[in-house]
Each structure stands twice: as C-alpha cells, then as structure tokens.
Design a protein around this ligand. Sequence first.
Ligand code: ATP
Ligand code: MG
Length: 396
Amino acid sequence: MEKMILIKYGELSTKKSNIGLFLKQLKDNVSYALKDMNVNIRFDKGRMFINLEEDNFDEVSDRLKHVFGIHEFDVAYKVYNKDIDEIGKSVLKLVKGKEFKTFKVVTKRSDKNYPIDSMEFSRKMGGVLLKNIEGIKVDVHNPELLVNIEIRLDAVYIYFNSEMGLGGYPVGVAGKGLLMLSGGIDSPVAGYMAIKRGVKLECVYFESPPHTSLEAKNKVIELAKKLAVYNNDIKLHVIKFTDIQESIYKNCPHEYLITIMRRMMYRISERICRNNNCKIIVNGESIGQVASQTLTSMATINEVVKIPVIRPLACFDKLEIIDIAEKIDTYETSILPYEDCCTIFVPEHPVINPEVTLAREYEQAFDFETLINEAINNHEIIKISELENKEINDLL
Ligand code: ATP
Ligand code: MG
C-alpha cells in the first residue's frame, strides 16, 4: 500500500470558470509550504495528491493546516487491486491497532464502471469489519472511526478521520492588497481574513521615532512573520511618520489630530498600493470602536482616497476579534505594551463627527504633499519569508 496525502479543496470546486487558475495557485502554495521537502503533487478529478519521499506526515500536516484553499486533507492509502476482498484485507490491516467501538464506512465511487455501487460497497465493507473485529458496531450518526473508501479510475484510496483545512481561497488568486498593520489586536486579524479570501498581502507600518520605539517596530515585524505563514512571505513597508505627525501637532487643531493623521496614512497607503500593484487597502477598523471609527469619521478619513478600503472587521465585536487573534497566535504579541504612533499624539477630546470641510481646511496649514513624497521616497522595505522565519525559530 502506498501512503500519501489526499487533499479536498471544497469551495474551489464550485468556481468552474477559473478553476484552472485556482488549482495552479493552490499547487504553487502547497509547493511553497513544503518547498524544503521532497514531494510530488498531482491533481486528479477534484482531488490533489501528495506523494512524500520521507515519512514526515506530521510535519506536512502541520504545514497544510496553514494553507488556504484546502478544505480537508487525509493520510490516504492507495490500493491498486480493486477486488472487494483485497480492499477488505487492506482495510482490516489499516484499522488494526486503532481504538474504536463504533464506525461507519463511507464509499465514493468516481469509477462509474466499478460493478458495486457506493451504498452496497459500504454495506459489504461494514460486514467485513463486523465479522473480523469483536465488540464494534455501526453508528451512522456519530461514529468514532470513519472509514472512507474512494474507488477511482487508477486505484482505491482508503483513509480515516480527516483533518480539516482552513477553507477559503488560495492566497494570490484575488490579487494583491495592502494591509495597514499596527501593533494592535485588530489589524493582524483583518489581514488574516483578507488572506483567507485569496488576497496576497503586503503590509505598511507607520512609525514615529523617537516617539515610538524599536520594540514597537519589532513587534510589528513579529506580527508580519505570523501572517507570513499564511501569505507565503510578506513585504513590509515601514514609513517614517514623525515629520508628518509633528507638523499636524504643530499646525492643526488638536481635536482633529487623529482625523488628519489618518487621512495622511490613507494617502500614503494609496500611493504604496499604486507603486506595488495592490488593488485594495485592508485595515482593522471596526465600526464604533474608537472616535476615529464612527461612520462620520470613517467617511471623512476615507474621502482622501479612491482605492477601495476593505475592513474585514467592520462588524465584529472585540471579543470575536480576540478569539480569532488567539487562534492565529497573534494575540500574545499584540498585547505587548509598546506605544503606537496613534497613541502618543492622542488629543484629550478627539472629535467624534469630524467634518470633511474642516479637515480639508485644517490640513492646508502645512505642506503635506512634500512630506508625503519624502516619506515614500525614504521608506524602508523589509522582506519576511516564512521559511527563513521557521529557520530562525529553530535556532532559538
Ligand atoms: P488595532 O486596530 O490593530 O488593534 P489599534 O487599535 O491600535 O490597532 P486603531 O487606532 O484602531 O489601531 O486603528 C485602526 C486601524 O488603522 C488599525 O487596525 C490598522 O489597520 C490601522 N493603523 C493604525 N495605526 C497604524 C500604524 N501605526 N501603522 C499602520 N496601520 C495602522
Ligand atoms: Mg482597533
């Protein structure tokens, strides 16, 4: 029996028109995730098969759990002889040593010329198990052991309880987006959700040294690394925001500090998008979370850009966001107590419903176009590759 990994890609199979593109991307992403291993990847009618040279299934499973576009995957055993008695022998060999009291056989027959239909095959295979193993019974609703048998053209594949994949679309199929990544809880989660829909992310971080520290920046790099696991790699644009922030502070009414600061962030983000072929801005804004995220505030800030701004968390509660942050392992990093450029120039009474006309008028008090150009021309790019990251972790 050959041992391999069988991947089901669920939602993808409904996208008939661009399925080719999806599968190519999924294959590239799986190859990337396993690039330091010797693997052979093959597609066959709704399934992807991975043959491994070495028996490193645990490590492979671990990595596949971070690849979007995979609905479910299994360690499968391939049997060439399709005779039902032979299949029965293989199944018995495979379940030997497994602890279970209840089971169910599920058969899928894509080889339509096979003489026994799925229902009957399951029944017969169930009979083989009952006859040969004492103390077990069938439970069709909640079985401890699921015995899956796929009768395909080339061979028969046997596998047991499946691992769920992440679902979503393979990263890259939707094109590129730019995530505004702060050190907070929300933005990494927003990024994760955009990646889930197939958006390949680049990130932008606004820092204001010396008001913000190197620790704050390292924290953002750490978060970018955690996202890179899902995104294959990540390009992080670091923008020095100090001059712009100090100019706003000196020249504009303080109740509008945050509004104008965020208008500048949006303008810069749109420019980075244009220069890097990103089609959208993604951020962690959530309606009503803070003064700058009231609907009026969002409108006043958003009006400076034409590019779509996607806010995956717009309608999430903080607790729901924290749940996801914990699941994707960004929460502990996000709550490290380093200051952000938004927190250091916070006015006592930020305006809740900032007016567009006033925001426009106040920001004319300094030459922001020149400062924006300078910030973009001098910005730092950090390339974060997930595998490098793994190697670094291994050394620690
Ligand atoms: P988070 O929202 O990530 O928890 P936060 O609460 O500190 O961080 P907010 O003030 O709520 O950030 O800002 C809303 C969104 O604006 C963030 O989710 C993020 O997308 C973006 N943002 C804020 N500060 C920065 C920054 N310094 N660099 C890049 N993006 C930022
Ligand atoms: Mg927030």
